[in-house]
Design a protein around this ligand. Structure first.
Ligand code: ZN
Length: 212
Protein backbone atom coordinates (compact mmCIF):
# COMPACT_ATOMS: atom_id res chain seq x y z
CA UNK A 1 0.00 0.00 0.00
CA UNK A 2 1.25 3.44 -0.94
CA UNK A 3 1.84 6.04 1.75
CA UNK A 4 -0.73 8.77 1.35
CA UNK A 5 0.49 12.16 2.60
CA UNK A 6 -2.83 13.86 1.82
CA UNK A 7 -4.13 14.12 5.45
CA UNK A 8 -0.75 15.51 6.57
CA UNK A 9 -0.79 18.05 3.77
CA UNK A 10 -4.36 19.03 4.60
CA UNK A 11 -3.45 19.55 8.27
CA UNK A 12 -0.43 21.63 7.29
CA UNK A 13 -2.62 23.69 5.01
CA UNK A 14 -5.18 24.29 7.78
CA UNK A 15 -2.40 25.37 10.18
CA UNK A 16 -0.82 27.68 7.61
CA UNK A 17 -4.19 29.21 6.80
CA UNK A 18 -4.93 29.71 10.51
CA UNK A 19 -1.53 31.40 10.96
CA UNK A 20 -2.25 33.61 7.97
CA UNK A 21 -5.59 34.69 9.44
CA UNK A 22 -4.08 35.35 12.89
CA UNK A 23 -1.21 37.37 11.37
CA UNK A 24 -3.64 39.34 9.25
CA UNK A 25 -5.82 40.10 12.30
CA UNK A 26 -2.75 41.20 14.27
CA UNK A 27 -1.68 43.37 11.35
CA UNK A 28 -5.10 45.08 11.19
CA UNK A 29 -5.28 45.39 15.01
CA UNK A 30 -1.87 47.07 15.21
CA UNK A 31 -2.71 49.50 12.43
CA UNK A 32 -6.05 50.28 14.13
CA UNK A 33 -4.37 50.76 17.51
CA UNK A 34 -1.68 52.92 15.95
CA UNK A 35 -4.24 55.12 14.21
CA UNK A 36 -6.66 55.38 17.14
CA UNK A 37 -3.97 56.17 19.72
CA UNK A 38 -2.92 59.21 17.69
CA UNK A 39 0.17 59.67 19.84
CA UNK A 40 -1.78 59.40 23.10
CA UNK A 41 -1.26 56.40 25.38
CA UNK A 42 -3.75 53.53 25.48
CA UNK A 43 -2.85 51.11 28.25
CA UNK A 44 -4.38 48.03 29.80
CA UNK A 45 -2.93 46.98 33.13
CA UNK A 46 -3.55 43.76 35.01
CA UNK A 47 -2.43 43.33 38.60
CA UNK A 48 -2.65 40.92 41.47
CA UNK A 49 -1.28 40.59 45.01
CA UNK A 50 -0.51 37.19 46.48
CA UNK A 51 -0.81 36.91 50.25
CA UNK A 52 -1.28 33.17 50.83
CA UNK A 53 2.26 32.65 52.17
CA UNK A 54 2.79 33.73 55.82
CA UNK A 55 6.38 34.96 55.36
CA UNK A 56 6.06 37.10 52.26
CA UNK A 57 3.72 39.07 49.98
CA UNK A 58 4.14 39.08 46.22
CA UNK A 59 2.64 41.31 43.60
CA UNK A 60 2.50 41.14 39.83
CA UNK A 61 1.65 44.04 37.58
CA UNK A 62 1.39 43.53 33.81
CA UNK A 63 0.84 46.04 31.06
CA UNK A 64 0.10 46.16 27.34
CA UNK A 65 0.14 49.66 25.91
CA UNK A 66 0.32 51.65 22.71
CA UNK A 67 1.93 55.03 22.92
CA UNK A 68 3.41 57.40 20.36
CA UNK A 69 3.59 54.78 17.64
CA UNK A 70 5.06 52.11 19.89
CA UNK A 71 3.73 48.93 21.48
CA UNK A 72 4.86 48.46 25.07
CA UNK A 73 4.67 45.18 26.97
CA UNK A 74 5.91 44.63 30.46
CA UNK A 75 5.54 43.63 34.04
CA UNK A 76 6.65 44.61 37.52
CA UNK A 77 7.22 41.89 40.07
CA UNK A 78 7.61 42.76 43.73
CA UNK A 79 8.12 40.73 46.85
CA UNK A 80 8.19 41.91 50.45
CA UNK A 81 9.48 39.90 53.39
CA UNK A 82 11.13 40.24 56.80
CA UNK A 83 11.26 43.82 57.99
CA UNK A 84 9.38 45.03 54.91
CA UNK A 85 6.57 42.45 55.17
CA UNK A 86 4.16 44.97 56.72
CA UNK A 87 4.68 47.32 53.81
CA UNK A 88 3.68 44.52 51.45
CA UNK A 89 0.66 43.61 53.55
CA UNK A 90 -0.53 47.23 53.47
CA UNK A 91 -0.05 47.32 49.74
CA UNK A 92 -1.99 44.05 49.27
CA UNK A 93 -4.84 45.30 51.49
CA UNK A 94 -4.99 48.45 49.42
CA UNK A 95 -5.08 46.47 46.17
CA UNK A 96 -7.62 43.82 47.17
CA UNK A 97 -7.45 40.04 46.81
CA UNK A 98 -8.58 39.58 43.16
CA UNK A 99 -7.05 40.26 39.80
CA UNK A 100 -7.63 43.88 38.93
CA UNK A 101 -7.50 45.40 35.50
CA UNK A 102 -7.47 49.05 34.60
CA UNK A 103 -7.55 50.99 31.38
CA UNK A 104 -5.68 54.23 31.32
CA UNK A 105 -4.82 56.96 28.87
CA UNK A 106 -1.94 58.56 30.74
CA UNK A 107 1.62 57.25 30.79
CA UNK A 108 2.43 55.28 33.93
CA UNK A 109 5.36 53.22 35.22
CA UNK A 110 5.50 51.46 31.86
CA UNK A 111 6.51 54.74 30.18
CA UNK A 112 10.13 54.01 31.22
CA UNK A 113 11.01 52.63 27.79
CA UNK A 114 9.98 55.97 26.38
CA UNK A 115 11.89 58.11 28.82
CA UNK A 116 14.99 56.05 29.23
CA UNK A 117 16.25 52.51 29.44
CA UNK A 118 18.30 50.68 26.85
CA UNK A 119 17.85 50.50 23.12
CA UNK A 120 19.06 48.60 20.12
CA UNK A 121 17.89 49.88 16.77
CA UNK A 122 14.12 50.37 16.95
CA UNK A 123 13.85 48.22 20.11
CA UNK A 124 13.80 49.70 23.59
CA UNK A 125 13.71 48.01 26.95
CA UNK A 126 14.07 48.63 30.62
CA UNK A 127 15.19 45.76 32.84
CA UNK A 128 15.61 47.24 36.30
CA UNK A 129 16.15 45.46 39.60
CA UNK A 130 15.67 47.06 43.00
CA UNK A 131 16.37 43.96 45.01
CA UNK A 132 17.49 44.42 48.63
CA UNK A 133 17.61 41.79 51.42
CA UNK A 134 13.94 42.20 52.43
CA UNK A 135 12.58 43.30 49.09
CA UNK A 136 12.62 42.10 45.51
CA UNK A 137 11.67 44.52 42.78
CA UNK A 138 11.99 43.63 39.15
CA UNK A 139 10.86 45.53 36.07
CA UNK A 140 10.77 44.02 32.59
CA UNK A 141 9.59 46.37 29.88
CA UNK A 142 10.04 46.09 26.14
CA UNK A 143 8.80 48.41 23.45
CA UNK A 144 8.73 48.04 19.67
CA UNK A 145 7.52 50.49 17.06
CA UNK A 146 4.07 49.76 15.59
CA UNK A 147 5.50 49.74 12.08
CA UNK A 148 7.86 46.91 13.00
CA UNK A 149 5.05 44.79 14.49
CA UNK A 150 2.79 45.56 11.52
CA UNK A 151 5.55 44.67 9.07
CA UNK A 152 6.35 41.40 10.84
CA UNK A 153 2.67 40.45 11.13
CA UNK A 154 1.92 41.48 7.55
CA UNK A 155 4.86 39.79 5.85
CA UNK A 156 3.54 36.25 6.36
CA UNK A 157 0.09 36.84 4.79
CA UNK A 158 1.78 38.83 2.01
CA UNK A 159 4.16 35.95 1.28
CA UNK A 160 1.26 33.45 1.34
CA UNK A 161 -0.77 35.62 -1.01
CA UNK A 162 2.17 36.00 -3.38
CA UNK A 163 2.77 32.24 -3.36
CA UNK A 164 -0.94 31.55 -3.99
CA UNK A 165 -0.97 33.82 -7.04
CA UNK A 166 2.33 32.42 -8.32
CA UNK A 167 1.08 28.83 -7.99
CA UNK A 168 -2.14 29.67 -9.77
CA UNK A 169 -0.12 31.16 -12.58
CA UNK A 170 2.07 28.03 -12.82
CA UNK A 171 -1.04 25.79 -12.78
CA UNK A 172 -2.51 27.76 -15.65
CA UNK A 173 0.71 27.60 -17.63
CA UNK A 174 0.92 23.83 -17.03
CA UNK A 175 -2.71 23.37 -18.11
CA UNK A 176 -2.10 25.40 -21.24
CA UNK A 177 0.94 23.26 -22.04
CA UNK A 178 -1.13 20.10 -21.48
CA UNK A 179 0.83 19.03 -18.41
CA UNK A 180 -0.22 17.89 -14.95
CA UNK A 181 -0.14 20.83 -12.50
CA UNK A 182 1.10 18.58 -9.68
CA UNK A 183 3.89 16.60 -11.35
CA UNK A 184 4.32 17.98 -14.87
CA UNK A 185 3.40 14.70 -16.60
CA UNK A 186 2.24 15.10 -20.20
CA UNK A 187 -1.58 14.83 -20.13
CA UNK A 188 -2.31 15.32 -23.80
CA UNK A 189 -3.12 11.64 -24.27
CA UNK A 190 -5.12 11.34 -21.01
CA UNK A 191 -6.93 14.56 -20.16
CA UNK A 192 -8.92 14.70 -16.94
CA UNK A 193 -6.91 12.68 -14.42
CA UNK A 194 -3.14 12.34 -14.32
CA UNK A 195 -2.06 8.68 -14.80
CA UNK A 196 1.26 9.44 -13.08
CA UNK A 197 0.20 11.01 -9.77
CA UNK A 198 -3.61 10.81 -9.83
CA UNK A 199 -4.16 14.57 -9.59
CA UNK A 200 -7.24 15.84 -11.33
CA UNK A 201 -6.40 18.25 -14.10
CA UNK A 202 -7.65 21.80 -13.64
CA UNK A 203 -8.38 21.83 -17.32
CA UNK A 204 -10.18 18.66 -18.36
CA UNK A 205 -11.28 19.90 -21.72
CA UNK A 206 -8.97 18.11 -24.18
CA UNK A 207 -9.57 20.68 -26.90
CA UNK A 208 -8.46 23.49 -24.63
CA UNK A 209 -5.52 21.61 -23.13
CA UNK A 210 -3.61 21.13 -26.36
CA UNK A 211 -2.39 24.46 -27.52
CA UNK A 212 1.22 24.34 -28.66
ZN1 ZN B 1 0.49 14.31 -12.19
Amino acid sequence: MRYNPEPVRRLARILLNAMTVVSLLLFVAILGLWASSGGNPIAIELSRCFTSEPDHVRSLHCVAAAWDGRIILGRDRWRWEGERLEEGRARAADHGPAWRWTRSSTPGWWGQTYWGGSSWGPLRWDFTDWTTPAFLGERRLVSVPCWLVAMSAGSFPAWRGFRFLRRRQIRRQMARAGRCAACGYDLRATPGRCPECGARSAHSDPAGVIED
